[in-house]
Design a protein around this ligand. Structure first.
Ligand SMILES: [Zn+2]
Length: 75
């Protein structure tokens, strides 16, 4: 019999590994709209938390994102 705390822990592990995490490919696919959202003044990490979360963890995608932002801002 699982205790409540164990279930929560288990759900968290499953969620983190499968449901609320995206990979670099998915991140890259959404990077355009993520950057456009950010440019439009909306907090993109709130609008697209999966991408924001990935960018926090992945230096590779973050640098692509920053490059994209620079292009979109024309600087
Ligand atoms: Zn990545």
């Amino acid at each position: 019999m699982l205790k409540r705390g164990d279930v929560i822990k288990l759900v968290r592990v499953v969620a983190e590994t499968h449901e609320i995490e995206i990979g670099c490919d998915e991140c890259f696919e959404r990077l355009d709209s993520f950057a456009e959202t950010e440019i439009s003044g909306v907090n993109a990490s709130v609008a697209m938390p999966l991408v924001g979360d990935h960018l926090d963890k992945c230096a590779d995608c973050r640098s692509k994102f920053e490059a994209l932002l620079r292009v979109l801002r024309g600087t």
